[in-house]
Structures are given as C-alpha cells and as structure tokens.
Design a protein around this ligand. Structure first.
Ligand code: CTP
Ligand code: MG
Length: 231
C-alpha cells in the first residue's frame, strides 16, 4: 500500500460541547458509544493520525469524567470548555490556539472522517481562504406550512454543508471575534462569509453525515427521517 500524501501543517478544533438533545442518549451524544468507541474519539483519532497540531477538543462544563473516558490513552490534544452555542464553542477553541497557518473545524458528531476529505479541504486552501465539503441534494424540496406543501425550491444550486471546514487561521479567528451572534450561525463558513471571506466548495462524503437522532445510534446509519419536527 502506498503512503498517504504528506499534509501541510494544520491545527484542528473538534467541537464536542453540545447537549445532544435530539439524540436522547443518557449522555450527550458525543460521549455515547458508536462503532465500539465514544463518538468524539473517532474524529480525534483521525485528526491526530493526519498530524493535526495543536488539536483542541471543546467540551461541556463539568464533563471531566466523560471526556477522560472517551479519550483515555490518547495524547497530543488539549481540552477547553465550550459555550452556549456552537459558534461560541468554536470561538473558544480558536482562542486556545496560539498561532497556526491553517485550521480545520470539525463537529464531533460526525465521527466517520475520511482522510481524503481532510486532504481535499486542506489542498483547496492554496487557492481560497476557506474550503468546506458539500454534497448535492437529490430529493426535491418543499416549503412546509403547517403540514401542507406551500411551495418548492430549485435544488440544482443548493448543497448540504458538512465539516471539517478549513480556514486560514487568522481570517477565521478575526471573523469569529467580529461575529455579532445574530442570526445564530449554522457553521463557520457562514461566520467567514459575514466577514467578507470567500468559501470554496469541495466534494464531501456521505460517511460524514451528522449523528443527530436516537435512531442514528441504533442503526449506525445516518438518519433516514420520515417524521416531522427536524431542524
Ligand atoms: N456543539 C458545541 N457547542 C454547542 C453546541 C453544539 O460544541 N453549544 C457541537 C456539538 O457537540 C456537535 C456540533 O457542535 O458536535 C454540531 O451540533 P449539533 O449536531 O446540533 O449537536 P448538539 O447541539 O449537541 O445537538 P442538539 O442540537 O440535538 O441538542
Ligand atoms: Mg445543536
């Protein structure tokens, strides 16, 4: 087997400070077991294997035991406490990085992180201040007004946005510092765009689907939702 290509130096933030309310697990979902390990451990291992340094894992307050259990035996990462929103958690992670040229920001809730996606987003940083993995939408789209279809939208130009998202470190740190908090940011690409940055789109991967609902832990497949009330 050939060696994986060398990657440029990069820092990484893994955000694992959410409550995981939709997943309804006894513990926040990033500490639940999935494919034999804690959810958060999967992507921390992948990023350490890829050479991320520093690697900051952002965790909830008062979760020391869960964090130690999930990451036991690993080294080369540091832990900081997150905030009330994902954006605040990312900002706290970035502030913990002293300096870096490039940084990846990744959701702990996306445990299956292919090395090829890390390579793609980092490679795209040579030509763009930021790069995010995306997938096309294959279903048609409906505007839901109280359970009645009130309209549709063309999907050809719409994309599902995943993580890891890659940034030039100084740009994304400045963008988070300037972010007003309103509206709530879905991801860091939105924060960078609000500060005037350009975001390149690269191919994502179905394996990066986010563990969101209880059935994602039962089936170990990305959620196939038929119900309402998703967000
Ligand atoms: N996250 C975080 N800090 C927050 C909120 C979210 O670090 N205040 C992290 C989560 O741990 C997760 C990622 O951001 O890895 C994506 O968020 P999401 O899937 O919405 O997770 P939760 O907010 O934990 O879940 P829910 O919205 O169902 O409560
Ligand atoms: Mg959430």
């Amino acid at each position: 087997m050939s060696e994986a290509p060398a990657l440029p130096p990069f820092a990484a933030i893994v955000v694992a400070a959410g409550k995981g309310l939709r997943a309804g697990q006894p513990l926040p979902k990033q500490f639940a077991r999935w494919r034999g390990k804690a959810v958060v451990r999967h992507s921390v291992e992948s990023l350490l294997d890829a050479g991320a340094s520093p690697l900051v894992v952002v965790v909830p307050e008062n979760a020391e035991d869960a964090v130690e259990g999930a990451l036991a035996g690993l080294s080369g990462y540091e832990v900081v406490t997150g905030g009330d929103t994902r954006q605040q958690s990312v900002a706290k992670g970035l502030e913990a990085v002293e300096s870096a040229d490039r940084v990846l920001v990744h959701d702990a809730a996306r445990p299956d992180l292919p090395r090829a996606v890390i390579e793609r987003v980092l490679a795209a940083l040579s030509d763009s201040p930021s790069a995010v993995p995306v997938l096309p939408i294959t279903d048609s789209l409906a505007l839901d007004e109280g359970g009645v279809m009130a309209g549709t939208a063309p999907r050809e130009q719409l994309r599902r946005v995943q993580t890891p998202q890659a940034f030039r470190f100084d740009d994304i740190l400045a963008a988070h510092r300037a972010w007003t908090g309103d509206p709530v940011a879905g991801d860091d690409a939105q924060v960078l765009r609000a500060a005037g940055g350009t975001v390149a789109l690269v191919p994502g991967d179905e394996r990066l689907a986010k563990l969101t609902y209880a059935e994602d832990f039962v089936s170990e497949q990305p959620s196939i939702r038929t119900g309402m009330g998703f967000d």
